[in-house]
Ligand binder design. Sequence first.
Ligand code: 5GP
Length: 204
Amino acid sequence: MADVLLLILSSPSGAGKTTLTRRLLNDKTITFRFSVSHTTRKPRTNEVNGQDYHFTDEASFRQMAEQGLFAEWAYVHGNYYGTSVAEIERAKGEGAGVLLFDIDYQGARQIRAKFPDAVGVFILPPSMQELRTRLEGRGSEDAETIKRRFEKAQTEIEHYPFFDYIVVNKDINVAEAELRGIIYAERCRRSRRAGEAEALLPKP
Ligand code: 5GP
């Protein structure tokens, strides 16, 4: 059985990461699992606790961090976000093919430090103008939050050299195809398939 591929998807808010993630999760050929993070952010309309995030308060979050229950955590846009160790273990136990992390560059660095074969994909908008239009069009945040996220986007994009791949989301169908290409190729890496090749060889 091949190991689960840890796939980190990072992007500035509004680049289309959530849409891409949803599309992948509908895949029937590979078992995708979404790593449900903990956050102190308030739920948006339509967000489901335990499905989109584990919504929690700051005291509980801090306590989990102190107990070493997070594989990574970071302070992003004024809230705490973290991936629990349990979430990763669960995906491994369930034999998922790909575990998707929707986390920021700070989290990406921490995951990569712990799991060096995790793959990092950075999703970019085609232009800053388009990013602003998308953020404003979401209608889920107030003007101040949108302004803060837009300003933060520039800083986040500076971290692109850390990632293995870059997908520019101009056309969502093309971006999805590129992302799938990355996933299929990464799953076929020799290092991930060596066990299967070895199993075919005669035992000494
Ligand atoms: P949002 O509030 O829009 O859902 O997410 C804001 C940012 O936090 C996004 O860039 C998202 O990738 C990041 N994020 C979500 N969950 C985690 C997490 O568990 N760890 C880290 N480091 N970042 C996260």
